[in-house]
Design a protein around this ligand. Sequence first.
Ligand SMILES: [Zn+2]
Length: 412
Amino acid sequence: MAKPAQRQQNYLRPLTWAISFPEVWSHKTKISRVNMEGLKPPYILLCNHNAFYDFKVATAAIFPARANYVVAIDGFIGREWLMRKVGCICKRKFTNDLTLIRQLKRVADNGDVAVIYPEARYSLCGTNAVLPESLGKLAKLLKVPVVTLICHGNHINSPFWNTVNRGVKGTQAELTQIITAEELKDISLGEINRRISEKFVYDDFAWQKEKGIRVKYPFRAVGLHRVLYQCPNCGKEYQMDSSGKKLKCKSCGKEWEMTELGELRALSGKTEFSHIPDWYEWERANVRREVESGSYSLKAPVRVCSLPNSKGYIKLGKGTLTHNMDGFVLEGKYGGHPYRVEKSVPSLYSCHIEYNYLNKHGDCIDLNTLDDTYYIYPYDCEFSVTKISLATEELFFADKRKKDEAKTALGL
Ligand SMILES: [Zn+2]
């Protein structure tokens, strides 16, 4: 993790272009540029994250500039050498490490583009995720312009819950310089974060409807129940299922169809949510209520794998995961020795989850310390990793609100 960032090797740069451009052309991706006139690297490039295709759009958008990409450790498995040569910097998700700042400083000093996906995860339903507050500080330290790259349509083409390429054409991307190097000297951290957050608002399903883009893929709803895990008709959790273009509640039997325009339509009775992100936000509101009443709690038997380095996963066997008002606790035994990993509520503003990881391992949550990553697979119980991720965020927000209120009460 501590190895300094390498500049992209010249001989590999045409390879990154050869991998990226044909796909950008095949999706007829339109890249627009705002306030980019005359801007040369170094700069920070903050991108939204919906699919692997995002990397290819970024490569095309900044062509022919040289870049370094911050990538999570699982992207390095078995190919660390190549990843480093094409300019990737290895990081564990949702950890604060100073090493990364030093590495990004070096990228800026080299005169290259520092590409960061600050949401640190793929979007679950094509809308923006929480951003870390540390971005403002990073921009101040690096003293280089801040540029955003917001893609539209990448979730519609290859949603995180079923990544099959739907061949969507006419996707878009906007490259915008939101803060110049000159402005950075005077503006506050709050203002930097405000400008970034303002740009990071997107909704791919709204975009799809507005553009009238039809997805004819007959299995387009398969996997959607992993995001929409709670039935709005009977309120039951973990009973949703999907097949073909349909979504179904196994408890009350209600069915919905996902239209070619990405909307939901109940096959009988009223359509509670035609817009998929609205259903997701409704689930969030229900989780928030559990958090506010102090009743949120999950205890699950889990299988655990750890990823201490890029050589591959180590099976740690069975354990127990507890997630409640105090945060996460993972407990287990490996080689006869008990281990315990704790992540307190204030230490984690969000967490990374996977749906059927690598298409075979099942749904998991990944928790990181500075020197290890744990892939945690609940089994033999009712659960939703989507709910766990929503609860992580709502617990953090509730804790922060409480602290802010206490500060205000003390007049701080
Ligand atoms: Zn139901």
